[in-house]
Design a protein around this ligand. Structure first.
Ligand SMILES: [Zn+2]
Length: 201
């Protein structure tokens, strides 16, 4: 667990500041940029995210183990992020847009990390599919003499219970770069590795 809070990358509404051309995952010179626009809600008070539950962790295995111990806090932080997302969407629906109505957010990556988010999603889906397959095996084999093998039942149970917890820890520690907080004036990116902030430029 890091002693200092992880630095945050914040984009301000209406500010066309150029981004540093370094990979947000490894800090190497960036070769790809991905731009998206995030709608700014017309909120009177800035929306909060992760209401004090955010746990700043490194992306090494030891931090992963610490995260496992701090799982309730991590879950609480994720829940805060989810709630902030819902509030953001609700605020966008009920109020007219601000001017300018959105913030331009840029993600910079090197060749190696260009499809990191996609690979991460694919890995999660693969684990979900593997759990589903185990349960299909349990259901198909339940009429066999002696029922489904014990290892299959235990594997399906443990996999189903452990997978969401492991996912939360892994997402917090090495998840893809994503929007983590939106206020009426700024968008904060989560998951930007410290190597990006250390990179020259
Ligand atoms: Zn990279």
């Amino acid at each position: 667990m890091s002693d200092s809070p992880a630095p945050e990358l914040i984009f301000h509404r209406g500010d066309q500041a150029s981004v540093k051309m370094a990979c947000m995952y490894c800090g190497a010179p960036a070769t790809h940029t991905h731009e998206r626009r995030v709608t700014n809600p017309r909120l009177d008070a800035p929306s909060r995210s992760g209401a004090g539950g955010n746990v700043s962790l490194g992306d090494d295995p030891i931090s992963g183990c610490i995260a496992l111990v701090l799982l309730p806090l991590v879950l609480y932080g994720l829940w805060g992020d989810l709630r902030a997302g819902w509030r953001h969407r609700a605020a966008c629906r009920v109020a007219p847009p601000l001017d300018p109505p959105d913030t331009l957010v840029t993600t910079t990556t090197c060749d190696r990390h260009r499809h990191y988010a996609r690979r991460f999603t694919r890995a999660v889906l693969t684990v979900c599919a593997a759990c589903a397959l185990l349960w299909v095996g349990v259901v198909l084999l339940r009429h066999q003499p002696g029922g489904a093998p014990l290892w299959l039942v235990v594997g399906a149970l443990v996999g189903t219970l452990a997978a969401p917890l492991i996912f939360v820890v892994v997402y917090d520690a090495v998840g893809p770069v994503r929007v983590s907080k939106v206020t009426r004036d700024s968008v904060t990116m989560g998951g930007v590795r410290s190597a990006y902030f250390d990179a020259p430029g």
